[in-house]
Design a protein around this ligand. Structure first.
Ligand code: MN
Length: 286
């Protein structure tokens, strides 16, 4: 008997392992959103801890926003396709991102902040990702950056295909997001009808795509609008589009393979560290 073993020289194409429609959730002061990562079906995809999307033309769905709340042990990345998000934190971080902009906040040892979304022209559509920090960096100093849309390169891929690169590298271009241990890759990719792109995700990094316009295809399998597809490992990531084209977010990172202890806005490695986070926040040490 011999198992089928792929030769080391053979390129392995990523394929779809699971597809999830996400689940309706509420957070902050009653903001209605769809949780795609961080659900019972997909608690995390190491090192990605959470992905929420909020899309509504009704201000009552999110008007009260996310009033002051703490975080420790990870990073939040907010990307507003349409609409704006105002941020203020207790370390002097303050900013407003508008259509196409990104807020990158490294909570590290502790931040208390508020996040207030607003419409642009009657529309609001955005994402928030939580990216994990390695154990040795969970208590690093907090950090915050606003990245306006004008600083996010649009990579022309030919044939009407393009990618907005938030962080990572693509065709010798580098996204404006910070260098991190997990080597994050975040891109907003547009693929023309019946076309295909190769997304430069590092082999061995976990990756998903979330389709928000049209229909994408990975290794012959469709991913419809509103679906998140978790990809297998592999050294080639090809994503195509069906007859209406596709627009999707690709998120990837190097797995940390460390224990995760998660409690609300705190993500640490052990239950003791969570108890300490709660104590430190309640005693005003953030
Ligand atoms: Mn927050």
């Amino acid at each position: 008997m011999s198992a089928t073993v792929e030769k080391a020289t053979t390129a392995t194409e990523r394929r779809i392992v699971h597809k999830f429609p996400g689940m309706p959730a509420q957070d902050g002061a009653g903001v209605k959103l769809t949780r795609l990562v961080g659900t019972p079906q997909l608690p995390d995809l190491d090192p990605i801890l959470m992905l929420d999307t909020f899309r509504s033309d009704n201000p009552n769905d999110y008007g009260a926003g996310f009033p002051e709340h703490p975080h420790r042990g990870f990073e939040t990345v907010s990307y507003m396709i349409k609409g704006s998000m105002a941020h203020r934190d207790n370390h002097g971080g303050k900013g407003l991102i508008t259509d196409g902009g990104v807020q990158w906040m490294t909570a590290g040892r502790g931040v208390a902040h508020s996040e207030m979304p607003a419409q642009t022209g009657g529309h609001m559509f955005g994402f928030q990702l939580w990216l994990n920090l390695p154990a040795k960096e969970k208590m690093r100093e907090p950090w915050y950056a606003d990245i306006p849309a004008t600083e996010i390169p649009v990579i022309a891929l030919g044939g009407g295909n393009s990618a907005k690169l938030i962080v990572g590298e693509w065709n010798d271009m580098k996204g404006p997001g910070p260098d991190r241990a997990i080597q994050p890759f975040i891109a907003d990719v547009t693929v023309a009808a019946n076309s295909e792109v190769e997304v430069p995700v590092a082999a061995g990094h976990n990756a998903f795509l979330y389709v928000f316009e049209g229909e994408a295809k990975v290794a012959g399998e469709s991913v419809r609008k509103g679906e998140l597809a978790v990809l297998s490992l592999g050294d080639k990531t090809r994503v195509g589009a069906a007859a209406d084209g596709a627009r999707f977010l690709v998120v990837a990172g190097k797995p940390l393979r460390e224990p995760i202890a998660k409690y609300g806005p705190f993500v640490m490695n052990t239950a003791d560290e969570i108890r300490k986070a709660i104590h430190d926040y309640q005693s005003g040490q953030f």
